[in-house]
Design a protein around this ligand. Structure first.
Ligand SMILES: NC(=O)c1ccc[n+]([C@@H]2O[C@H](COP(=O)([O-])OP(=O)(O)OC[C@H]3O[C@@H](n4cnc5c(N)ncnc54)[C@H](OP(=O)(O)O)[C@@H]3O)[C@@H](O)[C@H]2O)c1
Length: 338
C-alpha cells in the first residue's frame, strides 16, 4: 500500500511531535515541514531527516541568510502531499485552509481553530468512521481531548446526566518564555468556559458545564470533574475497570507518592517517554470517588502530547483506512510505545 504523504505546516510544540509520531508509523510518512525562521528547531528538523520548506515565499531569504538548505516553499510542498496537518498558532489555520481548499488537499486543523472553520471536530473514540467521509477535520484541543477520553466511555456504557468540570490550566508551554501569568491565578469569568461547548462539537448531546483557571505552571493541566450518573447501581470499581480497559487512560496513585503533576511528569521521564511526554490521560485511581450517584475524579493532561495519537488516527481515517477505530488506535499506540 502506498504511504500517506503528510505535510506539516508549523513545526513547534505540536508540529514536531506530529512529525516524530508519523515517522514511527508504517503507513504514512512526513513529506516535509514548514518554518518561517531558520532557528534551532529548523536546524534540528533537517538533522532528523525532515525536508524543510519556507512557510511562505517571503521567508526564503531568512534561510538564505542563515545558509540553511531548504527544499522550497509551502507551495512546492503542497504539490507533493496527500494531506496537510496544520500546526501553526491558533487562528492562522483558518487562513491556511483556504489555500489547501483551492488545491483540493485534505486538511487537519488543531484545537486552536474554531469548529466552524471546517465543521467537523474529531476524536478517535467518538467519530472515527465519520472522519472517513471528510476532507477537512479539526482535532480538538488538549483539554477537550482530555475530557473526551475519560467521559466518553462513561457516556457510552453508563450514560451521563450531567458533568461539571473545573479546568486548572497551565499558563504556558515549557518552550514559551513570553506567556503568563507567572505569579497570579487567573479565572475565566465566562461560564461555561469554551471547553464545555467545544466538547459538545464532538459528543453532541452531553450536558456539561465548565469553569477554567490559569495557574503559573508549564507542565500539565489538571481537571476536577464531577459526573452525575443516571444509575445508582454502578460502583466505583466498575468505573475504574472500564477506564483501565480503555486505551490512552493511565492510572497513577497518591499512595505511590504521585501526588501532583510534578511526579506525573517525572514518571514519564523515568519511563523514557520521548521528550518526557505522556500521551495518555492520567487519572488518580485513589482520587476517584462515587458519592451517591455523583462520580468525582481528578485527571492530569499533558497538553503538549495528548492530541498527537488522535492526529495520527485522523490522518489514517481520512486516507482510506479500511479498519475501525480500535485497529487504528492499536496501530498508532504500538508504534508510539503508548
Ligand atoms: N501547545 C499546546 O499545548 C497545544 C495543545 C493542543 C493543541 N494545540 C494547538 O496546536 C496548534 C499549534 O500550537 P503550538 O503550541 O504547536 O504552537 P507553537 O509551538 O507556537 O508552534 C507554531 C509553529 O508555527 C510557526 N508559526 C508561528 N507563527 C506563525 C504564523 N503566524 N504563521 C505561520 N506559521 C507560524 C512557528 O515557527 P516559525 O515562526 O519559525 O514558522 C512554529 O513552527 C494551535 O492551534 C494550538 O491551539 C496546542
Amino acid at each position: 500500500m502506498a504511504m500517506i504523504r503528510v505535510g506539516i505546516n508549523g513545526y513547534g510544540t505540536i508540529g514536531k511531535r506530529v512529525a516524530d509520531a508519523i515517522k514511527l508509523q508504517s503507513d504514512m510518512k512526513v513529506e516535509g515541514v514548514t518554518k518561517r525562521n531558520p532557528d534551532f528547531e529548523a536546524r534540528l528538523a533537517i538533522k532528523k531527516g525532515f525536508d524543510v520548506y519556507a512557510g511562505e515565499e517571503e521567508y526564503v531569504k531568512n534561510f538564505d541568510f542563515a545558509d540553511m538548505q531548504i527544499k522550497g516553499t509551502i507551495d512546492d510542498l503542497l504539490e507533493r502531499v496527500d494531506i496537510m496537518v496544520e500546526c501553526t498558532p491558533g487562528g492562522v489555520g483558518a487562513r491556511s485552509i483556504e489555500k489547501y481548499r483551492k488545491k483540493n488537499i485534505k486538511t487537519i486543523l488543531q484545537g486552536g481553530e474554531k469548529h466552524e472553520t471546517c465543521g467537523f471536530s474529531f476524536n478517535s473514540f467518538v467519530n472515527f468512521e465519520e472522519a472517513k467521509t471528510k476532507k477537512y477535520a479539526r482535532v480538538v484541543s488538549c483539554n477537550t481531548t482530555g475530557l473526551i477520553r475519560t467521559l466518553y466511555p462513561l457516556y457510552r456504557v453508563f450514560g451521563i446526566e450531567r458533568v461539571i468540570a473545573t479546568l486548572i490550566r497551565r499558563s504556558a508551554d515549557p518552550r514559551d518564555s513570553r506567556s503568563g501569568p507567572i505569579n497570579a491565578v487567573e479565572p475565566v469569568l465566562a461560564v461555561p468556559s469554551h471547553h464545555g461547548p467545544d466538547l459538545q462539537t464532538v459528543i453532541k448531546d452531553i450536558y456539561i458545564q465548565t469553569m477554567a483557571v490559569k495557574v503559573p505552571t508549564t507542565i500539565m493541566h489538571l481537571h476536577c470533574i464531577a459526573v452525575d450518573l443516571p444509575e445508582s447501581t454502578v460502583d466505583v470499581h466498575q468505573i475504574l475497570r472500564l477506564w483501565d480497559n480503555t486505551p490512552r487512560i493511565k492510572f497513577v496513585r497518591g499512595k505511590d507518592k504521585i501526588v501532583s503533576s510534578a511526579q506525573v511528569m517525572e514518571l514519564a521521564r523515568d519511563l523514557n517517554r520521548s521528550r518526557g511526554d505522556f500521551n495518555e490521560i492520567i487519572v488518580w485511581e485513589d482520587g476517584t470517588h462515587l458519592v451517591g450517584r455523583t462520580l468525582f475524579y481528578y485527571q492530569a493532561v499533558h497538553q503538549e502530547s495528548d492530541v498527537i495519537p488522535e492526529i495520527v488516527d485522523c490522518i489514517r481515517a481520512m486516507s482510506g483506512f479500511k479498519g475501525d477505530f480500535t485497529e487504528s488506535v492499536a496501530i498508532t499506540d504500538k508504534a508510539m510505545g503508548i
